[in-house]
Design a protein around this ligand. Structure first.
Ligand SMILES: [Zn+2]
Length: 238
């Protein structure tokens, strides 16, 4: 069953809460996952700090334990610098984990620049977790499984494309499964992970009917979404 389509998109089951502030191609993404007292942020694009401040307030922003990054495109990482810096200024004490796909040079560059600019004045620990495979891991008692997806970008000629390091995430807690594919073309890994999830967050960023290897068409996204119990279609061109 497809849920409503206007941002923010909100979903919850028992104490598993998901809020998608925004997911507009080339503009911004921003997803909050709240489970009991746990706060995860997925794909913090531009505006994430404003949205989080309104939604959970400054004290809870400092308690965010994990950032999950599907890939390095600006509409998915544009808010990372703001978050890191805000947490520094507001004196975050707890560790921040950042999970991202191997080879995502954007996240490593933002992290290195942050360390360089603020060197010895960062009050919290940052733990980089590079995802190399589909190995499940746990954070704050939530199981997380990254999985590889297919997402490309254009080179400067506007014709040639290259694969970017890109993953999706599946979150498991208390028998509830939530799958987010990030940006991806139709691919087996996504099909497998979305299936029977309680919620699937599926992109439909390709605005034509013929499939490509960057984004999914509405038809492809719907087919994947329908295999989950409920789904949101996101990243639809506006
Ligand atoms: Zn992208």
């Amino acid at each position: 069953m497809m849920k409503q389509q206007k941002y923010p998109l909100v979903w919850h089951k028992n104490n598993f809460f998901v809020k998608i502030f925004c997911s507009i191609p080339n503009i911004a993404t921003g997803i909050l996952i709240k489970i009991n007292g746990i706060h995860f942020v997925v794909d913090p694009g531009d505006g994430i700090l404003r949205d989080l401040n309104k939604e959970i307030g400054s004290r809870n922003i400092l308690e965010i334990s994990d950032l999950f990054i599907t890939h390095g495109h600006h509409d998915h990482v544009g808010g990372v610098w703001s978050l890191l810096t805000y947490m520094r200024v507001m004196n975050k004490k707890s560790t921040l984990n950042i999970c991202y796909p191997e080879g995502c040079v954007e996240i490593e560059s933002i992290y290195n620049a942050f360390r360089k600019v603020y060197s010895k004045t960062i009050p919290y620990k940052i733990n980089l977790r590079v995802s190399r495979d589909s190995e499940k891991f746990k954070s704050k008692g939530v199981s997380v499984k990254p999985f590889p997806v297919v997402h490309k970008e254009y080179l400067h000629d506007g014709i040639t494309t290259r694969q970017v390091p890109a993953i999706g995430f599946k979150f498991y807690y208390g028998g509830i499964k939530v799958c987010y594919g990030g940006d991806t073309a139709y691919c087996e890994e996504l099909v497998k992970n979305a299936k029977n999830s309680d919620l699937a967050i599926i992109e439909a960023g390709h605005d034509e009917d013929t499939p490509d290897d960057m984004h999914m068409t509405l038809k492809e996204a719907r087919a994947v979404g329908e295999s989950a119990k409920e789904y949101f279609m996101v990243h639809v061109p506006e």
